[in-house]
Design a protein around this ligand. Structure first.
Ligand code: DX5
Ligand code: ZN
Length: 221
């Protein structure tokens, strides 16, 4: 049995926004480790979802850590607000700011854990300088913006590269993968070095969500 264990962060984007409180309750009841919130601004990605008020209003519903994925331009202008709203992890896209070091530092100063995300077209070398300070590296395994897309297998190499780098250089980040993940590919991602799987549509399409979470974990024993 492996010493590592898979963590699962279901994304409410895969659910129904007219039913968010029930979707969050379903995540909490499933045995998942986190709840993932996808914030989109209509600029960094075409879609618009919600802002910090969603985090604030959902915060009393559960003790789960809120894993907030900001797909927004200039996230440095908003991280303080999201931290105050109750985000436990705030992840920003390296492509969305000229100030990635300052933004990650600001997230930590606000009391949250700091994640940096990269799109499928962005190499690991682009975030080289912040590898020592990031708590999480989020590797997008689809193009950001929508739930229910097909996994891009070429992104797997970046997970393996990040896993190698942290072993070689002693970095402490966890590796999160987001997009197109389900029972069919979770084991390969875990073996490559992924610690946390964000799961949207594959989670919400299941009637028995607790069984799904268990099956995902069992695949990675
Ligand atoms: C996409 C989002 C993902 C999305 C994943 O931009 O970042 O978190 O909800 O959904 P699935 O698992 O359906 O690809
Ligand atoms: Zn996401």
């Amino acid at each position: 049995m492996s010493a590592r264990s898979l963590m699962i962060s279901p994304s409410i984007l895969g659910g129904n926004f007219s039913n968010t409180a029930d979707d969050i309750a379903a995540i909490a009841a499933s045995g998942a480790d986190y709840a993932h919130f996808d914030v989109m601004d209509g600029h960094f990605v075409p879609e618009i979802t919600f802002g910090a008020k969603m985090i604030e209003d959902a915060r009393p519903l559960t003790d789960l850590i809120f894993d907030v994925h900001l797909m927004i331009e200039k996230p440095e202008l908003s991280v303080e607000r999201f931290a105050k709203a109750g985000a436990g992890i705030i992840t920003v896209h390296a492509e969305a700011t000229r100030h990635i070091w300052r933004t990650l530092s600001l997230i930590k100063e606000c009391g949250a854990e700091a994640g940096v995300a990269i799109n499928p077209g962005t190499p690991v070398s682009f975030i080289e300088s912040v590898l020592p300070i990031a708590d999480y590296i989020l590797v997008m395994t689809v193009n950001p913006g929508w739930s229910g897309q097909r996994f891009i297998p070429e992104c797997m190499d970046k997970i393996a590269e990040l896993d190698q780098r942290r072993h070689d250089d002693g970095y402490g980040y966890l590796i999160e993968a987001d997009g197109g993940i389900g029972l069919g590919n979770v084991k390969a991602l875990f073996d490559a070095g992924m610690d946390m799987a964000v799961v949207g549509s594959a989670f919400f399409r299941e009637d028995d969500k607790a069984a799904f979470v268990s099956q995902m974990q069992e695949r990675c024993l």
